[in-house]
Ligand binder design. Structure first.
Ligand SMILES: [Zn+2]
Length: 381
């Protein structure tokens, strides 16, 4: 494997802005569209690296900077040679900068002060103050050692109006310059492997702010570009609209990442149709845990794809004697071997096996959806 990061277009869709991209990392190549299962705390709930690979995952979001600083801490990660080795994942990995946690922790009323210097947290157990700023966020991500690292940003809340969106955007831009400076000192991880740095476009739901932010981020010529903010992935019609605003300004050969998209398989299809390449979401595993399982058909229509179906709420009594698999055409381990009746039983009894089998299915459906989109575009002449 080469110690470099490089992205290029493999194939464009005939009519839509959708495309198949390839990017190379020191931990292997990734073909897009690619869904990244989320292991915020250096583990995927109920899934092993073998399960993730069996589903077709080539990249994961393998840990959040804030959580990793809290536990196990950077001295542990550095001692064991980084996050890939620590969690037994040898393919590509992206880490979050901690920006989103700054927003969610401050919302939950936990001690988190945010100012121009960054965010200041109190360690939940030791009480020690943790400073997250562009310098420490990038430094921490170098010790984590992911292949793609994210600029430290201030995620835009949807509640503060234009003033809050503008303030978050200005600060995000100032911090981005510092992140880039830090990255240029040494583009490699603490283990000597090349890391790609992605910048994040903010601007909330305001078109002029999104335009300003896009221009700023694109001009810095970073390795890839993310579209962030609380609205992304949460409000899908608005997400699609925002992508349409910014897409004409984005360079064609760089990876585009919508952060937090993937509540349903159809959400992936919708953003890819708009020209997005990668995305992450905790929803597939969280839904599985709560008994909500993806169910539907991947239907090709007019040269593109739709996920037609409804979710299965496995706790419902109607599945108690249902001998069918969760989803007829699903090739996952769970659907190949077990019935809805069995999963219903495991769920009702609170048996641990349920969480494993259900998570396998939900992540597999997301990856099948990506594989199908790639297949359509690659065969399309
Ligand atoms: Zn399945």
């Amino acid at each position: 494997m080469t110690n470099q990061y490089h992205s290029s277009i493999v194939k464009k869709h005939k009519t839509l802005p959708a495309r198949v991209m390839q990017f190379s990392t020191p931990h292997g190549n990734v073909l897009t569209p690619a869904f990244m299962p989320v292991g915020t705390r250096a583990m995927l709930n109920y899934l092993t690296p073998t399960d993730l690979k069996a589903a077709g995952s080539e990249i994961i979001l393998g840990g959040n900077t804030y959580h990793m600083l809290v536990a196990p801490g950077m001295d542990v990660l550095q001692a064991v040679g980084g996050m890939h080795r620590f969690m037994g994942w040898d393919k590509a990995m992206l880490t979050d900068s901690g920006g989103f946690q700054v927003l969610s922790l401050s919302k939950k009323g936990q001690i988190c002060l945010i100012d121009e210097e960054g965010a200041h947290f109190k360690h939940p157990i030791t009480g020690k103050i943790i400073h997250l700023n562009p310098h420490t966020s990038i430094g921490t991500q170098k010790i984590i050692g992911a292949d793609i690292i994210m600029a430290f940003d201030q995620c835009t809340p949807e509640t503060g109006g234009r003033e809050a969106a503008l303030a978050a955007l200005d600060r995000t831009h100032r911090w981005l310059l510092l992140c880039k400076e830090e990255q240029e000192k040494n583009p490699n991880s603490a283990y000597g492997l090349r890391q790609a740095l992605f910048g994040i476009i903010q601007g909330g739901s305001f078109r002029d702010l999104r335009d300003t932010s896009t221009e700023f981020v694109v001009n810095l010529d970073l390795d890839g570009i993310a579209i962030g903010g609380e609205v992304i992935g949460f409000d899908m019609p608005k997400t699609a609209e925002i992508i349409d605003w910014v897409r004409p300004m984005l360079p064609a050969n760089k990876i585009r990442y919508t952060m937090g998209v993937g509540l349903n398989p159809q959400d992936l299809i919708d953003v890819v149709a708009k020209g997005i390449d990668i995305f992450d979401c905790v929803a597939p595993t969280r839904n599985a845990r709560h008994g909500t399982l993806y169910h539907g058909d991947l239907v090709e229509r007019d040269g593109w794809l739709a996920f037609e179906g409804e979710r299965i709420s496995i706790k419902k009594g109607l599945y108690a004697k249902d001998d069918q698999p969760l989803m007829q055409d699903c090739t996952c381990y769970t659907c190949q071997r077990f019935s809805r009746a069995y999963l219903h039983y495991l769920f009702k009894e609170g048996l641990i096996a349920y969480f494993h089998l259900a998570s396998i299915h939900n992540v597999h459906v997301m990856q099948m959806t990506c594989a199908k989109m790639r297949e359509i575009m690659l065969r399309d002449d």
